[in-house]
Design a protein around this ligand. Structure first.
Ligand SMILES: [Zn+2]
Length: 54
């Protein structure tokens, strides 16, 4: 597991990020960093419920 510090510095998760923002953030995060691959369980469930493709 490697953290891409530069990416994290440039891409802070917005405070009170909405569902869409969080999904987008994690998609970009998965492409650029592997400190915690995939999606948080809670977000994953919401994505499945809403049928969000990623
Ligand atoms: Zn990361």
């Amino acid at each position: 597991m490697k953290i891409n510090k530069a990416w994290h510095e440039k891409n802070k998760m917005p405070k009170n990020a909405n569902f869409e923002q969080r999904v987008k953030w994690h998609i970009e995060h998965n492409k650029n960093c592997s400190c915690h691959p995939g999606f948080p369980e809670k977000l994953m469930k919401e994505m499945k419920k809403k049928g969000v493709k990623y």
